[in-house]
Ligand binder design. Structure first.
Ligand code: C5P
Length: 236
């Protein structure tokens, strides 16, 4: 049992569209601080996959909300820190949920109010000592509005598409820049214009544009923000 009350357990939220370096930054922070990690996007991706497997269509909002409520998903820390295996109904789906299609499928179930409501307490449950790094779209605005430090990463659409192409090529997956740009633009539009929890920076978020700085510089900048905001870090 921890003797630290919930409100004292620090939270760093990292929001922003895909391809801005959120994943890399969150891995870095989680490994550095040895805190808990919430990959909220993985929850929406897993939900979309579970719905596909059960042949639940996106119009069936009641069934999707019920599925979200009872989703049998586990995030199993694999090798410490930020490395996590995602297990759905006992089956490892870590790679299956990482595709471009899975991201798009996630963004189609994500606008449903009842789905977001059903996933809320599951996300809040990640808030445990010694601290939490939360990656998503609405971490600083809706899920953890009282977070200790809120970071919002942004980058030009062109740069994000190039990064995504590089990542896919490294994995041996073929793709082309034009299709990727279109898919990213479509997902951004859906995520930022939806009525509930749209993608946007919290009023008190610190916006970091990663378009023209490399990842080492982003890491250095964010480390500085963390140290300034949370002075007595146990794992500094
Ligand atoms: O971050 P990731 O690319 O894994 O997210 C996949 C999709 O899940 C996003 O495009 C968005 O539609 C949805 N999502 C969300 N709220 C979050 C995290 C992800 O709506 N907090």
């Amino acid at each position: 049992m921890s003797d630290v009350s919930d409100s004292e357990v620090p939270i760093i939220t990292v929001d922003g569209p895909s391809g801005t370096g959120k994943g890399t930054i969150c891995s870095y922070l989680t490994d550095w601080l040895q805190w808990n990690f919430l990959d909220s996007g993985a929850l929406y991706r897993v939900l979309a996959l579970a719905a596909q497997k059960r042949e639940i269509v996106n119009d069936n909002e009641d069934a999707l909300a019920e599925l979200a409520e009872n989703l049998n998903v586990e995030f199993k820390v694999a090798g410490g820190g930020s490395l996590v295996n995602v297990v759905l109904d006992g089956e490892v789906v870590t790679d299956e949920i990482r595709t471009e299609e899975a991201g798009n499928a996630a963004s189609l179930v994500a606008p449903i109010v009842a789905v977001r409501k059903a996933l809320l307490s599951r996300q809040k449950a990640f808030h445990k000592a010694p601290g939490l790094v939360a990656d998503g779209r609405d971490m600083g605005t809706v899920v953890f509005p009282d977070a200790t430090l809120k970071i919002y990463l942004t980058a030009s659409a062109e740069e994000r598409a190039k990064r995504r192409l590089k990542q896919l090529m490294q994995k041996g997956i073929s793709a082309n820049l034009r299709d990727l740009s279109a898919s990213i633009a479509e997902r951004d539009e859906r995520d930022s214009t939806r009525a509930v929890s749209p993608l946007k920076p919290a009023e008190d978020a610190i916006i970091v544009d990663t378009s023209t700085i490399d990842i080492d510089a982003v890491v250095a900048k964010i480390s500085e923000l963390v140290v300034n905001k949370i002075p007595d870090l146990p794992n500094k």
